[in-house]
Design a binder for this molecule. Structure first.
Ligand SMILES: [Zn+2]
Length: 265
């Protein structure tokens, strides 16, 4: 049986350890978040990324990028404009049918680290993205026009598969998928000034006649969620690694974007 003195020492050690754990656990949680984010990126983009050490991403050409930027907690507006690599994963993307409109400022996938995307797909203002675009037929049995998408990281192959599956849907459903409103476009996002995912050749906007966009609503009041995009189309895109703008509080229901790292692919 331990002596009373030994018990007291043991208790003090235990409480000291607990205090230390409590003080360091937020940091540990941050470390875990960074590691999970880096793991997902390395698993998703093996052609571009060689690995990570828990704090920084290592590219195959030797470039090293820090996972975090050491900035104090950021506002939503700051996250949209200055997201770190880990910030990209801050709001989990919910695959499947949406049960309720997204919560205020829940825009999974809209926090994008510009340096990461430019490194991955190129800088469109320097012609680096257009050099990697390929043409694929969109809904060959129904619409059949060529659209342009990047060949990097399998994006074009994934969009080709999406096209064939949507083309097999009933006519009254697939009408939401054409004519498209655009794919590659070297431009900035309207409300943030940051490069649009369209400027990397990884995004497509479907039929605006059956789409809804928060930016078209009168500004200033609360945003009222609205969607007419069929779930069958959303499910096909998600199956092939594309996230949908209809899952954002700042909804953009015509918009789909190749982000397989957010879908666990
Ligand atoms: Zn778009």
């Amino acid at each position: 049986m331990p002596s009373a003195a030994a018990s007291r020492i043991g208790w003090r050690l235990a409480t000291a350890a607990l205090a230390l754990w409590a003080a360091t656990s937020p940091l540990r949680a941050q470390d875990d978040a960074a590691r999970a984010a880096l793991d997902a990126l390395v698993a998703t983009y093996p052609q571009a990324l060689a690995g990570h050490d828990g704090a920084a991403l290592r590219w195959r050409d030797g470039t090293v990028m820090p996972a975090t930027d050491g900035a104090a907690p950021k506002s939503f507006a700051e996250l949209l404009r200055h997201a770190s690599i880990v910030d990209q994963f801050r709001i989990p993307y919910p695959p499947g049918r949406l049960d309720a409109p997204p919560a205020v400022d829940a825009d999974p996938g809209r926090f994008r680290n510009t340096a990461f995307f430019v490194k991955l797909y190129g800088d469109c203002s320097k012609g680096e993205v257009s050099a990697r675009l390929v043409s694929i037929p969109w809904l060959p049995r129904t619409w059949g026009k060529s659209i342009q998408v990047t060949a990097v990281n399998g994006a074009a192959d994934a969009l080709r598969a999406v096209s064939l599956e949507i083309d097999a849907l009933p006519a009254d459903i697939k009408r939401a998928a054409y004519p498209i409103a655009g794919t590659y476009n070297c431009r900035a996002v309207a409300d943030t000034g940051q490069p649009s995912p369209h400027s990397y050749g990884i995004a497509i906007d479907l039929n605006t006649a059956v789409s809804d966009y928060w930016y078209w609503q009168p500004h200033g009041g609360a945003i009222r969620y609205r969607n007419r995009m069929p779930q069958e189309i959303v499910a096909i895109f998600e199956k092939h690694g594309f996230i949908w703008g209809g899952k954002w509080y700042h909804f953009d229901t015509m918009h789909f974007e190749y982000r397989p790292e957010l879908l666990g692919r």
